[in-house]
Design a binder for this molecule. Structure first.
Ligand SMILES: Cc1cc2nc3c(=O)[nH]c(=O)nc-3n(C[C@H](O)[C@H](O)[C@H](O)COP(=O)(O)OP(=O)(O)OC[C@H]3O[C@@H](n4cnc5c(N)ncnc54)[C@H](O)[C@@H]3O)c2cc1C
Length: 511
């Protein structure tokens, strides 16, 4: 960014020092290094951020690259392990697993996803292999393999289609160190109020301790408090409670024992679902549930039983209330909201930190160079709304596709209203197996195909192009993908072997 750019936005103030606040500071300071802007983060004393958010999607590999950061160093600092996808247990019905492995499934044929060809093949030959069986990440997850060997290339590393599990507070701390190294200033304190110009722009924030911090441009990263966007500017919050019923979570950690799978597990329970996130030194467990259908005490008890904890084991649960929905605006006046202050949906697809990253990157690409930014602001708001709404729809689809009838929650979650976009998307898919108009920053069509086929929802026919492709050629391409995956798999080290090398500790071999 040149020094002329953003000259009227020289003083940037970030409110909140969780993952979003420090990620904003780290990325901004990296991009704006020589632009003469000052970046200040205001964070209250005490724990750094909400302390949950322990799994990422693949965009985190890109984040490391943009920060010029070393993967191994981040992993050591954040107790990180690798993640190749998500395994959903009992979602469709009890005893059934479905998967969301990352990356391209097998290979793209003529620039298209494998799905229509797999579908045409399975309709013609009754192929017994599920769609996901062509994914290298799925095969590696099942085999307990890492995405690559130590500092070595692999098909998964080359396509950057893997992610991480990490200690959330440590991640915020690691990002903070990068930001501080880049010259970001830190003020310890909590914002109490804001001051405004006649234009409605925020000119300063005042802290509870009395300090006043002036700025030209503000980024609200204050989490569910949304102190600037919602409280100071009064931007309305759109609740998604009628679409996504889960509004609470209870979380705890236990020491790591046994295997360290390279995937997140999401296990459907009576009024929501439980996450299993394996870190290098412990296992993060939590139950995301709906307070309409289960009390906090009963949810904790169900999670304890699910995790097979002894009644006297003394684990301290952490209960969290979740503000599910989004602000009407992501950018209002001279304030942009990033992270939980902008919106939140349940962490079923680990989308929270990704959405923060998308918000920051879009802001940096379009950082305002002056005060008259109405069109830019409109563009940003429209884009971010589309992305958030599409991620919400994708998460809601998991419930929509479930066949469970064993609890009132599952029936209500499946029957909850869905957006017009999701309705149209499902109709088109049902008819011809196509997905239209997906936002690149949300989930790819491959992710949808995994979810839909994994829940046994197949279209009535394959798209014409795939249906008319030479059936024997398609059949042999599918066979060669499997063979290539087998070869690639044999070159990948066990996940625990690589983690042992990174963390210099012995980890149990995945069974
Ligand atoms: C149960 C649960 C599980 C989740 N799991 C995942 C996951 O697996 N993957 C994922 O990507 N995301 C997950 N998320 C979302 C993830 O936690 C967030 O996206 C991520 O932590 C970023 O949060 P944040 O920085 O926006 O907010 P926070 O972490 O809440 O940080 C807000 C910061 O603002 C500060 N603050 C508050 N008020 C003020 C004030 N008045 N003045 C100054 N500072 C203030 C706070 O002290 C804090 O430091 C999960 C969320 C929940 C609730």
């Amino acid at each position: 960014m040149s020094s002329k750019v953003a000259e009227s936005n020289k003083r940037i103030v970030i409110v909140g020092g969780g993952t979003s606040g420090w990620m904003t500071a780290a990325l901004m300071s990296q991009v704006m290094r020589s632009s003469g802007q000052s970046i200040t983060v205001i964070e209250p004393p005490g724990p750094r951020g909400i302390g949950v958010g322990e799994a990422s999607v693949i965009s985190m590999v890109q984040l490391l690259k943009k920060l010029g950061a070393d993967e191994v160093e981040m992993m050591q600092r954040c107790e990180a392990t690798y993640k190749l996808g998500i395994r959903f247990c009992d979602w469709y019905e009890k005893g059934h697993d479905n998967w969301h492995p990352f990356g391209v499934c097998g290979a793209r044929i003529d620039g298209r996803d494998l799905f229509p060809f797999w579908l045409a093949d399975s309709k013609r030959f009754g192929t017994p292999e599920p769609y996901e069986a062509y994914s290298l990440q799925w095969a590696a997850s099942n085999a307990g393999k890492a995405p690559h060997a130590f500092h070595c290339p692999s098909p998964i590393a080359q396509t950057q289609s893997y992610a991480f599990h990490f200690n959330a507070e440590a991640l915020a701390g690691w990002l903070r160190d990068i930001a501080l190294r880049n010259g970001v200033k830190e003020i310890v304190g909590a914002v109490q109020d804001a001051e405004f110009a006649d234009s409605g722009d925020v000119t300063a924030v005042t802290l509870f301790a009395g300090e006043r911090v002036e700025g030209d441009f503000f980024v609200d990263c204050s989490g569910f408090q949304s102190v600037l966007m919602h409280k100071a500017l009064g931007d309305p919050f759109e609740s998604w409670n009628s679409q996504l019923l889960c509004d609470r979570a209870v979380a705890f950690k236990i020491s790591a024992e046994g295997s360290v799978p390279p995937y997140t597990k999401s296990h459907a329970l009576s009024a929501g679902w439980a996450w299993h996130i394996p870190l290098a030194s412990h296992l993060g467990l939590g139950y995301v549930y709906s307070s309409q259908f289960i009390s906090d005490e009963a949810a904790w008890e169900e999670l304890r039983q699910h995790a097979k904890l002894n009644p006297g084991a003394g684990q301290e649960p952490r209960f969290l209330k979740m503000r599910v929905g989004r602000q009407q605006s992501f950018w209002k006046q001279n304030v942009v909201a990033i992270g939980l202050s902008a919106g939140f949906l349940e962490p079923l697809e680990s989308s929270g930190i990704h959405l923060s990253q998308v918000g920051i990157e879009l802001l940096l690409k379009n950082f305002p160079s002056g005060r008259n930014v109405d069109s830019l602001r409109d563009y940003y708001n429209q884009r971010m709304a589309l992305i958030y709404d599409e991620v919400r729809d994708f998460v809601q689809m998991h419930y929509r596709l479930s066949r469970r009838t064993d609890s009132a929650f599952w029936i209500a979650a499946r029957e909850a209203e869905i957006s017009g976009d999701l309705k149209r998307r499902l109709n088109l898919y049902d008819e011809v197996g196509m997905l239209d108009n997906l936002q690149a920053e949300a989930f790819t069509e491959t992710s949808y195909f995994h979810l839909l086929t994994g829940n046994k929802r197949l279209p009535r026919r394959a798209p014409a192009l795939a249906a008319s492709a030479d059936p024997h050629m398609v059949h042999s391409i599918l066979a060669s993908i499997k063979a290539q995956n087998d070869q690639a798999l044999s070159d990948l080290p066990p996940h625990e072997e690589l983690l042992g090398r990174i963390h210099r500790i012995h980890l149990a071999r995945a069974s």
